[in-house]
Design a protein around this ligand. Structure first.
Ligand code: FAD
Length: 615
């Protein structure tokens, strides 16, 4: 029997990141997936990043993960979303060439030391006395490991629906993982059911592009990876069109035939990624919805119509698509569909993504009730790091709400659970002014270097970038000007006698960068990237100082660890409801306990008192 340190099941976005992280940490790792086409497959929209999601990609990259590097290689249209808003809520996004993304993913895996790719269906997990020992493939091959990471996405008991027709499938063209789902019953896991959907794909040659408004990418594209400066593939534009009253009428007339509205699906779908049926019903008064027509690749005629995912019958999809301006003759190459699948209540996991009560079993990605490639990849990274550390006999690494969006997501999932597919938003992060996409490396790369996750190339790139930033900041902070000097330079400032540093001037919207550079010519030596980050830090300095104090207070709470064996049923002052909730969530820290729905200050005081007695 072949033996590995860590086995990762599934080569989607969580699996890729988990396997590469585990291997980078030095653990002998096997990545087992059904077929080669799985590696880096973008199941739904061909795009990476966006609001909140772009932050996750930057954080993954800061930890030397793969998603940002792959996206920069395969990106065919880069756009920084929310460009006109503050830098804290701007989100890098890029459209991908599906084939290039897969090629890049296979390439990265083939070069990764300590990593073997195995094709096969995992039919069961093997264990002894609650400790994972490996997996069994559908052809009965046994493979051993000290830890296993499950990243099977929408495949557990997956069923796809097109109108009233349903069939078992993990996603279009893939069989579901029903045997594996059955094997998980040995672990007393609490499952739920969720759903998601995808739009029909169109033949780009049948779209009347000449009629449509076209949207190019940014002139100054923002990359995902700190290792890259410019896109590596040719860049394209997307088309824009809209649904209209006729489209909506066709949808309304056929709602009873939609899998979602015809009562065929019980699982809940992503509220923030509604189907076109949902949009027509929920936003009754809107007569039109925008659709982005996104080419799926440079050498691929397939077009992804972003904004019209559906589970209506195939013939109704043809009707409503052809009612849309520019799509009058469009051919559908693959119908839209909904997929319903089992997910695991993420409150059964601890902050290392390990399933409580099953030694060595980690879960990451859509299986934990999330939606999106970026959310999946970020969880995979956390699980990969911690599975490797467990095998190496080291303490797990936890991410905090104060240092990353990754920490926010893991905390939300493991303490609050999900009632609908979870996706990241900047509004979920209370410390978002300091958790920006531009400073993810400063927040996380030192950790990656410390735990042996970062390559030498990453370490060197980070140290060079950081030292340039430190130098520029020292110059900007040391050059100070009186109001008289500033006024003489043509700047309008209050004559309050207060001296202002070049750093603080960079943070003022009323003063442009060129003016500050003319006052401090030495800053001209630094790149636009370094200067941009100085501006962002200066802009938020007054707020981030306050946030730093709040974060410190939260960290102090977070540091109060609750014993894992605390019997909440024996704490007499707790209500029955809170006892149940605490027993189910088993919070590891006081901060985690505080987030449980319905928890009271009195209950927290009791927990602190009992924790102190036990310590
Ligand atoms: P996946 O990328 O699905 O990867 C799972 C992998 O596990 C696959 O490679 C599979 O072959 C492998 N696998 C499964 N079982 C086994 C087994 N037993 N043995 C070996 N290998 C196995 N995201 C959005 O953000 N917005 C959307 O609107 C959206 N819509 C979607 C619509 C559809 C129809 C689908 C399928 C997905 C959609 N997604 C959407 C979700 C997005 O695709 C996922 O969030 C993301 O791919 C999850 O990554 P993952 O790594 O968890 O799983």
């Amino acid at each position: 029997m072949k033996q590995f340190d860590v086995i990762v099941i599934g080569a989607g976005h969580a699996g890729l990141e988990a396997a590469c992280a585990s291997a980078r940490m030095g653990a002998e790792t096997a990545l087992i997936t059904m077929r080669q086409a799985d590696v880096g497959a973008l199941s739904c929209n061909p795009a990476i990043g966006g609001l909140g999601k772009g932050h996750l990609v930057r954080e993954i990259d800061a930890l030397d993960g793969v998603m940002g590097v792959l996206a920069d290689r395969a990106g065919i249209q880069f756009r920084l979303l929310n460009r006109r808003k503050g830098p804290a809520v701007q989100g890098p996004r890029a459209q991908m060439d599906r084939a290039l993304y897969r090629i890049a993913a296979n390439d990265v895996i083939s070069r990764q030391k300590n990593l073997s790719l195995v094709y096969g269906e995992v039919a069961a997990l093997t264990s002894e006395s609650g400790r994972i020992t490996g997996v069994e493939l559908a052809d009965s091959t046994l493979i051993g490991a000290k830890a296993v990471i499950l990243t099977t996405g929408t495949f557990l008991n997956g069923v796809i629906h097109i109108g009233q027709v349903s069939r078992a499938a993990g996603r279009w063209g893939d069989t579901p993982s029903n045997r594996l789902a059955e094997s998980l019953n040995q672990f007393q896991i609490s499952f739920g059911r969720l759903k998601t959907g995808t739009p029909p794909r169109l033949n780009g040659k049948t779209i009347d592009w000449a009629k449509l408004e076209m949207q190019p990418g940014d002139d100054d594209p923002v990359m995902f990876s700190y290792l890259n400066d410019v896109p590596q593939a040719a860049q394209i534009s997307c088309g824009i069109t809209h649904t209209n009253e006729r489209t909506h009428q066709i949808i309304r007339d056929n709602l009873d035939k939609s899998a979602m509205y015809g009562g065929k699906i019980s699982g809940r779908g992503p509220r923030y990624c509604p189907s076109i049926e949902d949009k027509v019903v929920r936003f009754e008064t809107k007569t039109s919805h925008q659709i982005f027509l996104e080419p799926e690749g440079l050498d691929d005629d397939t077009v992804y119509p972003n904004g019209i995912s559906t589970s209506l019958p195939a013939e109704v999809q043809v009707d409503y698509v052809r009612s849309i301006y520019g799509l009058e003759n469009a051919e559908i190459t693959q119908p839209g569909y909904a997929v319903e699948y089992d997910f695991v209540d993420p409150r059964s996991l601890d902050a290392s993504m390990k399933l409580r009560g099953a030694e060595g079993l980690y879960l990451a990605g859509q299986i934990n009730g999330t939606t999106g490639y970026e959310e999946a990849a970020a969880q995979g990274l956390v699980a990969g790091i911690n599975a490797a550390r467990q095998v190496q006999g080291m303490e797990s690494v936890h991410f905090s709400r104060t240092n990353s969006y990754i920490g926010v997501m893991v905390d939300d999932l493991t303490t609050r659970g999900v009632t609908e597919p979870y996706r990241m938003f900047t509004s979920r992060a209370e410390f978002r002014l300091s958790l920006r996409a531009d400073n993810a490396d400063q927040r996380l790369t030192p950790l990656a270097i410390r735990i042996g996750l970062a390559s030498d190339k990453r370490k060197q790139a980070f140290e060079e970038r950081q030292s340039r930033y430190d130098e520029a900041r020292a110059i900007a902070e040391s050059c100070v000007f009186s109001p008289t000097e500033l006024s003489r330079a043509g700047l309008q400032v209050r004559m309050d006698g207060q001296k202002r540093s070049a750093f603080s001037l960079l943070g003022l919207n009323s003063i442009d960068r060129e003016t500050v550079l003319s006052l401090v010519p030495d800053l001209n030596e630094y790149s636009a990237d370094t200067l941009k980050q100085l501006e962002n830090d200066a802009l938020y300095a007054q707020y981030t100082d306050r946030q730093a104090q709040d974060a410190e207070a939260l960290r102090a709470d977070e540091s109060i660890e609750i014993p894992e064996d605390l019997e909440y049923s024996e704490i007499s002052g707790l209500s029955a409801e809170l006892r149940d909730k605490l027993t189910a969530a088993k919070p590891r820290t006081l901060a985690a306990a505080a987030k449980i729905e319905g928890i009271t200050p009195a209950a927290l005081s009791l927990i602190v008192a009992i924790t102190r007695m036990k310590n």
